[in-house]
Design a protein around this ligand. Structure first.
Ligand code: CS2
Length: 509
């Protein structure tokens, strides 16, 4: 710890001190930039509004120790840079008490999940963190280490020797899966009987129900029969999995932004996150026990999240993906550049207003056309620096939730959604070009995708992207990619795949 580093005990002059939590009330799985710029900020503001400091957050970082190594030397504190069209502001957040890296501190995380002061587990583990197979069930291979540990712990608890010796090896393997860790934590908690709410904040349709189903599948696989009955009874009686819709554009922080904030604060913040001014959080009011007064910080608690969630996933995220793939193909680095390209803007509007919007029933009081315009204006904010490549990541995990429902509903209503078709054609071409360039795609199903792209095809041929051979090759690859299991809704007619192929010319031009 050096004096030139931000720390919660040394707050720069002229900036409000962050909240100092008195207990860990929340365990958060997946403490990336999004959580720090969203739920942690709501938690901070709720503590300021109510004076209740019992909702400190223990963050859990899954894939690497980086966030722990950034925040621990700062006592958990970090700054949020809000990058508006006309001005930027910096605020310090103290609600994160510490960050744990389960590969090295599994026991600490499990203990926190079972602790009496903890009442809520929140998750932002991204779509791929849910480890679903193409048919939506839990990929048991991904939680095998955790389930072995669960069975072993269970038997230890019952006074029986663990089946698998060598606990440390198990711990290291177990730490790769957020769902597995959660299930082990819930098993620990079941022994105390204390209720707990598991609140997912990821961009999935019916996210709470999805998570509950996966957790139950893991329990059934790990502790089948009578061994798991107590845990199942605990889940039935004492655990809830509310749905929630989260919204704030949070790009990856750049070194330039870190430098800018260092100049403003006079100290270095390795944990800095950047977000747009807009933020929204709609939470299903179905808590098993106490919760922070997030409504005091502007969150909406409601009986039914679905209309908000559908509108956000289909209008915002669906348009975002379209702009990301077509923007990347058009040579645009950022979403803001891409969405101001007239050709892309036109297709974004077509998707948003003609394809997606008519499939939605607006939540009370929401004017969907205005909401759509506001989304496009948010994308055009150049100060966030959100890149097309970042939004383009993990397409196989995002597309079904963003475009799948729009596609199915539009076809059922007798409309062919040509914006969706353009989006899918752009995604397929993105995958093809990145495969051929050797860069590859950032996607948990990358290997499958790249195997579908024909090795013989050279994009563009000798005469450029629009030549006949290039188009024919691109179409072959597109048809192979669209047949990827789980990508399009079951029963999507061949005629729609033809419509996607017909968009290739527009994509390649
Ligand atoms: C984006 C989202 O990266 C992506 O796929 O569409 O992260 C988007 O920025 C957020 O959902 C906005 O709330």
């Amino acid at each position: 710890m050096t004096d030139d580093r931000l720390h919660r005990d040394r707050v720069p002059v002229g900036i409000d001190a962050p909240v100092r939590p008195t207990a860990v009330g929340i365990v958060h799985l997946g403490i990336g930039a999004f959580h720090r710029a969203h739920q942690a900020v709501y938690t901070e503001r709720a503590a300021i509004a109510t004076g209740d400091t019992s909702w400190g957050i223990l963050g859990v970082t899954q894939r690497s120790a980086t966030v722990r190594d950034q925040l621990r030397p700062q006592g958990g504190a970090y700054a949020v840079l809000t990058a508006g069209e006309h001005e930027s502001t910096v605020e310090l957040i103290g609600s994160v008490v510490d960050v744990a890296y389960p590969a090295e501190e599994t026991e600490r995380v499990l203990a926190a999940l079972a602790a009496p002061s903890t009442h809520v587990v929140t998750l932002t583990i991204t779509e791929k963190g849910y480890a679903r197979t193409p048919d939506g069930s839990l990929d048991l291979d991904s939680v095998a280490g955790d389930l072995a540990a669960l069975a072993a712990e269970h038997e230890v608890g019952a006074g029986v020797e663990p089946r698998t010796p060598g606990g440390s090896g198990l711990e290291a393997r177990a730490a790769v899966s957020a769902i597995g860790l959660l299930v082990r934590g819930l098993a620990r908690r079941a022994a105390t009987g204390a209720p707990i709410t598991v609140l997912t904040c990821d961009n999935m349709v019916d996210n709470g129900r999805v998570l509950e189903r996966l957790v139950r599948e893991a329990v059934d696989a790990g502790l089948p029969g009578a061994e798991g009955d107590a845990l199942r009874a605990f889940l039935d009686a004492r655990v809830t999995f509310p749905c929630s819709m989260v919204d704030r554009i949070v790009p990856a922080t750049t070194p330039a932004q870190r430098d800018e904030v260092e100049r403003a604060l006079g100290v270095r913040d390795e944990g800095l996150v950047v977000g747009e001014p807009f933020a929204q959080w709609v939470i299903e009011d179905r808590f098993a026990g106490p919760r922070p007064a997030w409504e005091a910080a502007g969150a909406t608690l409601t009986k039914d999240v679905a209309p908000f969630e559908q509108a956000k996933l289909r209008l915002l995220n669906g348009t975002h993906s379209l702009v990301a793939y077509s923007g990347w193909l058009g040579g645009h680095t950022t979403i803001a550049q891409a969405v101001t390209d007239p050709r892309i803007a036109e297709r974004a509007r077509q998707y948003l207003f003609e394809d997606a919007l008519p499939t939605l029933s607006p939540p009370d009081g929401l004017d969907l056309s205005q909401y759509g315009e506001q989304i496009l204006a948010r994308f055009a904010n150049p100060h966030t620096g959100h890149t097309t490549a970042q939004v383009a990541m993990d397409g196989t995990q995002k597309i079904p939730f963003r475009w799948g429902g729009v596609l199915a509903d539009a076809l059922a209503a007798g409309r062919e959604p040509l914006g969706v078709a353009f989006g899918l054609a752009s995604w397929a071409e993105f995958v093809r070009l990145r495969t051929h360039s050797g860069e590859g795609v950032d996607d948990p199903r990358a290997e499958e995708l790249m195997a579908l792209v024909s090795a013989a095809e050279v994009p563009g041929g000798s005469d450029g992207l629009g030549d006949v051979a290039g188009l024919a090759g691109a179409e072959e690859d597109l048809r192979a990619l669209l047949a990827l299991p789980g990508l399009l809704p079951a029963g999507t007619p061949d005629g729609f795949v033809d419509a996607v192929a017909a968009e290739l010319e527009a994509v390649l031009s």
